[in-house]
Design a binder for this molecule. Structure first.
Ligand SMILES: Cc1cc2nc3c(=O)[nH]c(=O)nc-3n(C[C@H](O)[C@H](O)[C@H](O)COP(=O)(O)OP(=O)(O)OC[C@H]3O[C@@H](n4cnc5c(N)ncnc54)[C@H](O)[C@@H]3O)c2cc1C
Length: 457
């Protein structure tokens, strides 16, 4: 794009065009499947820059992609031929320890918020990979290891500042534009560009107790039984995940499971060590574990443990759903499906415990839908060779069929990989979808913000 009239005067950020030395690096997003060529990438430095970019896009009738951390699984933060508004220059997290509050830039990554808060012994519940964007994660809900104790990220969101489709800066909270705030908490990418978030923080005792118990897959049902017991009877300080996968790369595992299907439970106990020992005793008491790595460690360490395994550039697909129960027949089906993973791909299933502080918030209080679930389940597959695309996507599509009878209401918008008409209604359900539609018609009637799970006005 040659003619940048209306954008160059007074724009304090950065502008990257096709042919510029940084263009190819600037258009890369997290999922290696996505390879798009925007006409222009801008990196605003201020909210005024964001308004200018929006006005510029409107005048030129450009498709707009908004990019926070770039982790959208279907690649919603980039586009072919349009304008990418990349918020990577609007980062940073500032903490007021006395008010137990954080103010975070719209393009910040989770690690920035975690570090700034932990510096004062505080925490905001966020996701489990530190290079994920606060923006996309929060606007969709925000699930993580502290969710049973402190709720979703949105349950700790006090206010958001948005540049809306008409270029105005608007603040939304429970008291200011409360209906917009309701929609932002779960469907936020539809309503504007969030330039700042304000979060409530909580004290967190350090260290936490964290780790994994792993068994050969033959004991999957016995382990699932202990897992269910922990989820149903354990305190909200316990978050636990149950998984079925392959012990790869083989050299990182003990010989009895190396390269083979395994079942595991991962836990984070955020209470004092003595409570953790008591609450996790039954889980750890199942004889024959190949690995038991549960021990005290700094919370920040746990928040970076998955960073490398989920590094940028791999090809990735997933499916997820909310479940009311996790019966043995589902676990058995998953074991068979793990054995059928395409050669050359890695992947498997993980289930996270929900309930607790998530369920304590009435469902109608936020656009996010899925609070009644006891579990969130995901099938994830990662690979590097383009020739495996069809086989891997087919594996992913079929992966959660057996769990369908146990689904509970809602879907987690941030995991939804398909981007077809009508998907958003399945995420929020009819009643909330109608309420979101009214909001969209008020705040973005021309659907400027359409690269998201779209509420089409
Ligand atoms: C490796 C990995 C780990 C993950 N772990 C978790 C987890 O533990 N918990 C969890 O809940 N989710 C998790 N997710 C899902 C994650 O929440 C979504 O992928 C989320 O959309 C990522 O946000 P982002 O800002 O990085 O993405 P982007 O691709 O930048 O954006 C995603 C969507 O949000 C919009 N958006 C982003 N920032 C803004 C903003 N400031 N204003 C307006 N719109 C914006 C974009 O337009 C796009 O539609 C994970 C994803 C990955 C790839």
């Amino acid at each position: 794009m040659k003619d940048l009239d209306g954008l160059t005067d007074g724009f304090a950020g950065e502008i990257v065009r096709p042919g510029d030395p940084g263009y190819d690096a600037a258009r890369v997003v997290w999922n290696g499947m996505i390879d798009r060529h925007p006409a222009l990438i801008v990196r605003p430095a201020t909210t005024d820059d964001v308004s200018m970019a929006i006005r510029f896009a409107r005048e030129r009738q450009l498709v707009v992609a908004v990019r926070g951390g770039g982790h959208s699984i279907p690649g919603l933060s980039t586009c072919d031929g349009g304008l990418v508004i990349d918020l990577s220059r609007m980062r940073g997290a500032r903490v007021d320890p006395h008010a137990r509050a954080a103010r975070v830039g719209g393009g910040a990554l989770l690690g920035e918020l975690d570090e700034a808060a932990q510096h004062h012994g505080l925490v905001c519940p966020v996701g489990v990979v530190s290079h994920t964007g606060v923006g996309g994660l929060t606007l969709g809900g925000g699930m993580g290891r502290l969710q049973r104790r402190f709720g979703l990220t949105i349950d700790n969101l006090v206010a958001v500042e948005l540049v809306t489709a008409d270029g105005r800066l608007v603040r939304a909270s429970e008291d200011e534009q409360p209906e917009l705030f309701w929609g932002v908490c779960g469907a936020g990418a539809n309503f504007g560009i969030a330039t700042a978030f304000e979060f409530r923080l909580h004290p967190l005792e350090d260290p936490v107790t964290h780790g994994v118990v792993m068994h050969p897959v033959e004991r999957a049902e016995a382990l699932a039984e202990r897992y269910r017991e922990l989820v149903v009877t354990g305190p909200d300080a316990v978050w636990a995940s149950f998984g079925v996968g392959l012990a790869l790369p083989a050299e990182e595992y003990p010989p009895e499971v190396a390269g083979r299907p395994v079942a595991y439970v991962g836990v984070l106990h955020s209470g004092v060590p003595a409570d953790a020992e008591r609450d996790l005793a039954a889980l750890r008491g199942l004889a024959g574990a190949a690995i038991d790595s549960i021990e005290a460690k700094p919370y920040l360490t746990t928040q970076r443990l998955n960073d490398e395994a989920t590094a940028w550039g791999h090809r990735f697909s997933m499916r997820s759903n909310f479940l009311s129960s996790l019966p043995d027949d589902v676990v058995s089906a998953w074991i068979e499906r793990v054995a059928a993973l395409p050669e050359g791909a890695s992947g498997g299933y993980s289930v996270w415990s929900c309930g607790g502080a998530i369920a304590a918030v009435p469902d109608e209080e936020t656009a996010f839908t899925g609070r009644e679930a006891l579990y969130w389940a995901a099938a994830e597959i990662q690979w590097d060779e383009p020739e495996l695309d069809d086989a891997c996507r087919a594996w992913g599509r079929a992966a959660l069929v057996e769990a369908q009878p146990y689904e509970s209401a809602g879907r987690y918008v941030n995991d939804v990989a398909e981007v077809e008409d009508g998907v958003a209604r399945t995420i929020y359900g009819d009643a909330k979808y109608e309420r979101l539609l009214a909001l969209k018609r008020e705040w973005d009637p021309d659907n400027l913000f359409r690269l998201n799970q779209n509420i089409r006005p």
